[in-house]
Design a protein around this ligand. Structure first.
Ligand code: UD1
Ligand code: CA
Length: 448
């Protein structure tokens, strides 16, 4: 097995994003784009990870620390170009390694196969392997200047001649180096170009000058989609969603209108899950087998057990745990609450910071009043309880197993098991008084 090091470049300003957020932290499928890259490098079996971040990019540093705790982080003090950025990881480059990969943090769809493809070139004797691709429009990309099978140079758009700009094979932004020559090549790169930057792409000419073999590994355009602005960010999201929808269907979920369902990077679906149109998944959702997610539901940070139904128009927020066969109906919001096996919360209800015991039925319009403006409190509803419609349960409160709450109740005290609780004024009806009232109103009517 060849040893490997990947250097991820994430120090760019991302000026074209016009954002206070560093570019590589913009999300695709709710995961920062650099997270996609780190995830892929992890599954490609790369031994060591080094991430290069910018001087005022504490947020990137923190995100990388969470996403890839084993990665070393290096600061590029001044942004003097991609080659200069790689050299920020010099301590890692000085360690002997067979393969050194340079991957851009703004190219989130790199696949483990593409990385293997580049490494295969090194294993076959190349000193440098460049990932090439043919974009729909080559504008903005470095062009691969070939002579037959030989890669002579990469020319950045700004430095390219008219003839070079006609080239359709472009630099994808991923490169592999033989570990024992990587540092020498990088150190030899200068900044004599339109942008006065140290271009990583000049590694090709340096290697050629030294008589080293330079290969191109052609990669599918989808895999090396680079993001520089928000239009491309939206394009990336679209691409990501298309892949995820396809994967969900291939793995056994029915999507009635796949183009209207939006997944997060970590959405987990069981088998025979049905997802109706217009459903949005935020991060941290696991859906077990045989669940039906009905139209227009929004789900994040939630677990849904087998056979449950959710929606239409349901909202599951972080900490929602929906038990086996439970029903969550229309206009119901569940937050940090467990709805146990077979329980039903079918209409117009808010359940927050709560437990709803097995087989309990929560009537339409029930609200757990969990917040007093300062603190949050819990509601605990036992099994087989019945909460009448339009009840307010003022937490902290416990409703025992089998208890029955009359509709329209406002409850502020615990209800013991099997008790019947009323928390409302007694009804009063005065015979004939409606007619009397009407007469009185007529007399008071203002002349028009
Ligand atoms: C780069 C390539 C280009 C290629 C394209 C593919 C160079 C000189 N050009 O152009 O040939 O077609 O990617 O998408 O390499 N970065 C730093 N520090 C720096 C400068 C950049 O960390 O000083 C990082 C950025 O965060 C980014 C990556 O390097 O992740 C690429 O930089 P960017 O400025 O986006 O390069 P492009 O102009 O897109
Ligand atoms: Ca770029």
């Amino acid at each position: 097995m060849r040893e490997s090091l990947a250097v991820v470049l994430a120090a760019g300003e991302g000026t074209r994003m016009r954002s206070a957020l560093p570019k590589v932290l913009h999300r695709i499928g709710h995961l920062p784009m650099v997270g996609h890259v780190l995830k892929t490098l992890g599954s490609a079996g790369i031994d060591r990870l080094a991430v290069v971040v910018g001087p005022n990019h504490g947020a990137v540093r923190a995100a990388v620390g969470e996403l890839a705790p084993h990665a070393s982080i290096h600061m590029q003090e001044q942004r003097l170009g991609t080659a200069h950025a790689v050299l920020a990881a010099r301590p890692e480059l000085e360690h002997a390694t067979d393969d050194v990969l340079v991957v851009y943090g703004d190219t989130p769809f790199v696949t483990p196969e593409a990385i293997a493809h580049l490494r295969a070139g090194l294993a076959e004797g190349a000193s440098v392997v460049v990932a090439g691709f043919r974009p729909e429009s080559p504008k903005g990309y470095g062009r691969l200047v070939m002579e037959g099978e030989r890669l002579l140079a990469i020319r950045e758009e700004k430095d390219a001649s008219e003839a070079e700009r006609q080239i359709t094979l472009c630099n994808a932004g991923m490169m592999a180096f033989r570990g024992d020559v990587a540092l020498a090549i990088l150190d030899a790169i200068g900044s004599d170009n339109a942008q006065k930057e140290f271009y990583l792409t000049d590694a090709v000419e340096v290697a050629n000058d030294r008589g080293l073999r330079v290969d191109v590994a052609e990669i599918a355009a989808d895999e090396v989609f680079g993001i520089n602005d928000r239009v491309q960010l939206a394009g990336a999201e679209q691409l990501f969603q298309a892949q995820r929808r396809r994967a969900a269907m291939v793995e056994g979920a029915t999507l009635i209108a796949p183009e209207t369902v939006f997944f997060a990077h970590d959405t987990v679906l069981g088998r025979d899950v049905t997802i109706e149109p217009n459903v949005v998944f935020g991060p941290g959702v696991t859906v077990a087998d045989n669940v039906v997610i009905r139209a227009f539901s929004h789900i994040e940070g939630a677990q849904v057990a087998s056979g449950a139904t959710v929606g239409p128009f349901a909202r599951l927020r972080p900490g929602a745990e929906i038990g086996e066969g439970a029903h969550i109906g229309n206009f119901v919001e569940i937050k940090a609450a467990t709805v146990e096996t077979g329980a039903k919360v079918n209409h117009l209800t808010y359940i927050g910071d709560a437990r709803v015991g097995a087989k309990s039925n929560i009537g339409a319009g029930t609200v757990t009043c969990n917040y007093d403006g300062v603190n949050k409190f819990r509601t605990d509803i036992g099994a087989n309880a019945f909460i009448g419609s339009n009840s307010s349960l003022v937490a902290p409160i416990a409703i025992g197993d089998g208890a029955y709450v009359a509709s329209g109740s406002v409850l502020t005290e615990d209800v013991e098991a099997d008790a019947l609780a009323f928390g409302r004024a007694r009804q009063v009806a005065k015979p004939g008084r409606a007619a009397v009232l009407r007469e009185a109103q007529k007399d008071r009517r203002k002349p028009t």
